[in-house]
Structure formats: structure tokens, C-alpha cells
Design a protein. Sequence first.
Length: 347
Amino acid sequence: MNLDKIYPLVQALGGTPSRRPPWWLMRQAGRYLPEYRALRAQAETFVEFCLTPELAAEATLQPVRRFGMDAAILFSDILLVPYALGQHVGFDGNGPVLDAIGAGDLRRLDNGSLLRLEPVFETVRRCRTRLPTDVALIGFAGAPWTVATYMVEGGPSKDFRNVKEWAYRDPQGFAELIGVIERLTTEFLCAQIEAGVDAVQLFDSWAGALPEREFAQWVIEPTRRIVAAVKQRFAACPVIGFPRGAGALYERYVEETDVDAVSIDTAVPLGFACERLQKRVVVQGNLDPVLLLVGGKAMAAAVREIRRRLGGGAFVFNLGHGVLPQTPPEHVAELARILAEPTDASA
């Protein structure tokens, strides 16, 4: 973390409103960019791509170079933690593929070593020296519940039956898995900060799959412990939480995890975000990625409305989820132009 530099993004995450909100996009480095596709072809597998610092650093920098975001997000993947635990992680045309584990399979996992993830930290160091002086660098990890869903289901899931069944039938055994993920995730985030990131985000992409009691147990509590551990070592480093799909439970998440900012998904009403969340914490979000794909007047109107409703407080502009691969790059360029408008133009 660069303690000698205060970036617009870090100022916003510290609670300072600004006339022009800082912005970045989840999955801003990716398949929608032709230069990314050319870069990706240089690695045989996606995991190899993530763990090759020269390639991962270039992927991190590409969108900032093209569009001028206020932050770069480290090019990596939330499933590098299972990889570091010794679980096989692959990717096919439908997404990640893992050797699924279940109750009684914890012995199949290694203790978890950051040595396998050292290339990630080298990527951070390379990015930090090559980024523009006013652009922050964001590190990240998957939150324990979401990472556990992939480890137990063996990939994406529609109903999360296997992971929920384990959690319901054997909460003590499932807590052991969450604890293993939590410990390595904490170490992973701290190592990224040591290497030079300026903020970190915890992605809990499948938080919305849980009812309230289990949400508190498997989403809020591990996140609270991770945030506390990171803050104990790096008190000045902002932590962003993203409990996607949490609905009304966003409010409880904000109150109980002690995150510095909360990233809100597309379905969160702006009035709720302003009245119930932004008074407690910095809000980040929440343009529909499909609007970015569509572009034009519909996108422009939505962007200005988000700025109008949330721009009066501490706010970071982002999407409600990641950039879709089919998104025309010129639409991102148009978004950058709209976000550069003076405040009164967004009213």
C-alpha cells in the first residue's frame, strides 16, 4: 500500500464526497477488449494466465490505459485460493471446473501456502510501478461462502444443493471448511496490500443464495473476521464488501461487517442505497451491465440518475456486476465521457 499517495478512489472510500465520483468497473479487464483476447492467447490455461505476472499485469493495465478509470483492479481470480489449497481448478467454455469436495474430504486439501500465489504479488508490484500517478490499485479475493460454493459444487450452481446440504446437515464440519478458506483469504489479502494494492474488495457473489440465519453465519461472520484481521495489520487500507443479491440483508451486512464501502448489485433500489446504506458506509455501484452493453440514451440516463441519487454522499461509480464479454468498448468510452460531466449536468 502506498501510504505517501492519496488517490481519488481512496479519498472516496474514506468517506469524502467529490464533484466527480471516482469510477472503475468490475471485470473491466476481460474478453470485451480485443487487446485482452490477444493477450489471453499467449497462455495455455486461464490459471497459467493469472499466474504469469507479465501477462496478468498487462491485462490489469489495459482498461486504464484505454479508458482512464480511477482504479485498476488486479487481474486474478477468486478461485486461486482453492488452487493454493491444492484443489484442481480448471476452466472450460462454461466456466470454472473443480474437483468437488464434500464432508470428510477436508484431508484432501493442503494447509494452504501463499508460495503458490507469489506470482500474484509480483503482478501487484509490476502494476504499482506502471500505473499513472493518480490511479489506485485494487486487490481482491472471494469471500469464504462464495469460494466454498465452487469448491463443494465443483463449479457454478443454480440451486447450491450440495453446499447447502453440507452446511445444514453438518454445520460444524462446514465451519471447518469456511475456516480454512477464511485463514488463507486473510493472508492473501494482506500479502496483496504488502505488495502495493491501495484497497481490497471481497466478492461474495452468491451471498443472495442464503436465508437470513445462514447469511449471518456464513457471509457476515467470516467477512467480519477477515475485515478485522486486515484492519489490525493495515488500518488505513479500505475494504469493500460485495454481498451480491443480499437484498434487504445489505443493511445488516453493512452494520455488522465493518467494511468501509459496500458494492451494490443492480437490483438494489437507489432510494434504499441512499437512505439505508450511504448514511452508514460508502456506496459503490450500480449500473446494470446490460445497459453498458446497450449504450446510448438508455445508458446515459441511468448513469446520470445514479449520480444524481448517490453523488451527494461518499460514492464510487461502478456496475452492479461485471462487464459482459459482448460489451462494445466504445460504450465504455462513452461512459467515461458521461462520468466526466460536471455535477450539474447529471442533475
